[in-house]
Design a protein around this ligand. Structure first.
Ligand code: FAD
Length: 389
C-alpha cells in the first residue's frame, strides 16, 4: 500500500498539515479495506451500499468536511484531499458524501435556523438520517434558476407542488432539501421529510454512471411543509448559489481522485502487461502517453490546491471555482479515456478499476454545472458579455 499523497509530482500538497494527511490516510485505508473489495458488486447490481454508508457515518466521513459542532474541524485543503481520496476509491461513495454532507447538510448549516441545525446536523453527519438536495427539475437543469416548483403560503406553512429530477438519495431516504418558488417569486429552500403525503419518488433506472447511488424523479403534489421547515437563510436563488459555489471545488477535487486512480492503473498495467515480447512500459508511445497523463494530472492538482488556498483566504471568485471544475473534470475525463485504452480489452472490465471511473466521471462532468455552463461563467468573466439567455 502506497502512502496517500504519493502521486504528487510537483509537490502540490506540500502545505498539507499532519491533520490533513492523517484524514487523507484514514480515508485511503477505509477505501482500500472496505470499499474496493465490495464496490464493483454494488456498482454492477446498481445497489446502494448501505453498510458502507453506516460505516462512513461511524468514521465521520459522511459530512463531506462540513463543519458540525463536536466534530473535527477540517481545513479547506484537508477537505479537498478527503474528496480526492474518496473518489480515488469510488465515485458513487464519494457522491453519497457529496449529496449527504456537501449539499444537504451544508444547506442546513449555511441557511438553516438554530432549531433546524439542532434537529438535523448530528443525525445527518452520523448517517442516522439520510438527506437529499432537490434543485434540478425535468425541464430545468442548467437553467435551474428558472425552476417552476411552487411553494404556496397556507395557514401554518406551505404547500409545495412540482417535479424534481436527478435527485441523489431522493427516494428511500429521510429528508429532501427542496428548492421551490414562493409567492414572492423568489426561490426558497424547504426541509421536506420524504414520508410527507404527496411526496412520490421513483428511482431512475438504466444508469451507466455512478450506479451505486440512486437518483430519483420526484413528484410533489400539494406537499404540506410547516413554517418551521423553511430555511430562513434561503431568500433567493443567490442563496442556493452560495451552497453550490461552496461545493464546486469539492467536485474538482473528486475529479483529481478519479484521474489518480486511472493514472495509477495505467502505470501498473504498463509495467506488467507484455506484448511483442516486452512490457508495454518499454514502448516509447506508452511512456509518452503516461507522461501526458501525468502532465495533465499535475496541472489539475496545482490548480485545485491554489484555488483552495484562495478559498481559505475568502478570495475565491465564482469564475475561478468554475475554471477549476471545468479544468479538473475535463482533465479527468481525458485521463480516464487514455487509461481505458491502455488497458486494452481489460479496460472495459470492472475488475481492472478504470472502467468504473471512466463511466463515473461522466456524471461529474455534468452535475453541479456542466462543462459548457462552467465555460459560459468563465467566458462572461473574460468578455464582460453573458452568453446565457
Ligand atoms: P441540460 O441543462 O439540458 O444540458 C444539456 C446540454 O446542453 C449540456 O451539454 C449543457 O452543457 C448544454 N447547455 C445548456 N445550456 C446551455 C447554454 N446556454 N449554452 C450552451 N450549452 C448549454 N441535481 C440536483 O438537484 N440534486 C442532485 O442530487 C443531483 N444529482 C445528480 C446526479 C447525477 C448522476 C446527474 C447526471 C445529475 C444530477 N443532478 C442533480 C442534476 C445536474 O445538476 C444536471 O443534470 C445538470 O445541471 C445539467 O442539467 P440537465 O441534465 O438538465 O442538462
Amino acid at each position: 500500500l502506497r502512502t496517500p499523497l504519493d502521486v504528487d509530482y510537483a509537490g502540490a500538497f506540500h502545505a498539507a498539515t499532519d491533520a490533513d494527511r492523517a484524514l487523507a490516510a484514514r480515508i485511503r485505508a477505509f477505501v482500500q479495506d472496505e470499499v474496493l473489495p465490495v464496490i464493483d458488486g454494488y456498482w454492477e447490481r446498481a445497489e446502494v451500499p448501505y453498510p458502507l454508508i453506516a460505516r462512513m457515518g461511524e468514521l465521520d466521513f459522511l459530512r463531506d468536511s462540513v463543519d458540525v459542532d463536536g466534530h473535527e474541524k477540517i481545513s479547506p485543503l484537508g477537505a479537498g484531499l478527503a474528496a480526492m481520496e474518496m473518489s480515488r476509491g469510488d465515485g458513487s461513495v464519494a457522491t453519497i458524501c457529496g449529496v449527504q454532507g456537501g449539499l444537504a447538510l451544508r444547506s442546513i448549516q449555511m441557511l438553516g435556523s438554530d432549531e433546524q441545525k439542532a434537529q438535523w446536523a448530528e443525525p445527518i453527519a452520523k448517517g442516522e438520517k439520510l438527506a437529499a438536495f432537490g434543485l434540478t427539475e425535468p425541464t430545468h437543469g442548467s437553467d435551474s434558476v428558472s425552476l417552476e416548483t411552487r411553494a404556496r403560503s397556507v395557514d401554518g406553512g406551505y404547500r409545495i407542488t412540482g417535479a424534481k429530477k436527478w435527485i441523489g438519495a431522493g427516494a428511500n431516504s429521510d429528508l429532501t432539501v427542496v428548492w421551490a418558488r414562493g409567492d414572492d417569486g423568489q426561490v426558497h429552500g424547504f426541509l421536506v421529510p420524504q414520508d410527507s403525503p404527496g411526496y412520490d419518488a421513483k428511482v431512475i433506472e438504466g444508469k451507466v454512471s455512478l450506479r451505486a447511488i440512486h437518483q430519483a424523479h420526484i413528484t410533489l403534489t400539494d406537499v404540506f411543509v410547516p413554517e418551521e421547515n423553511a430555511l430562513p437563510g434561503a431568500r433567493s436563488f443567490k442563496d442556493t448559489g452560495r451552497v453550490l459555489a461552496a461545493t464546486r471545488l469539492g467536485v474538482a477535487w473528486s475529479a483529481v481522485g478519479h484521474a489518480i486512480a486511472c493514472y495509477e492503473s495505467a502505470v501498473s498495467y504498463a509495467k506488467t502487461r507484455e506484448q511483442f515480447g516486452r512490457k508495454l512500459a518499454q514502448s516509447q508511445m506508452i511512456q509518452e502517453r503516461l507522461t501526458s497523463m501525468l502532465s495533465t494530472l499535475t496541472q489539475m492538482q496545482l490548480l485545485a490546491v491554489r484555488m483552495t488556498e484562495l478559498d481559505a483566504e475568502g478570495a475565491l471568485t465564482g469564475p475561478q471555482a468554475s475554471l477549476t471544475k471545468y479544468t479538473c473534470t475535463r482533465g479527468a475525463r481525458e485521463i480516464a479515456s487514455v487509461a481505458r485504452d491502455m488497458l486494452g480489452g481489460n479496460g472495459i472490465l470492472l475488475q481492472h478499476r478504470v472502467a468504473r471511473h471512466f463511466a463515473d466521471i461522466e456524471a461529474l462532468h455534468t452535475y453541479e454545472g456542466t462543462e459548457s455552463v462552467q465555460a459560459l461563467i468563465v467566458g462572461r468573466d473574460i468578455t464582460g458579455v453573458s452568453a446565457f439567455v
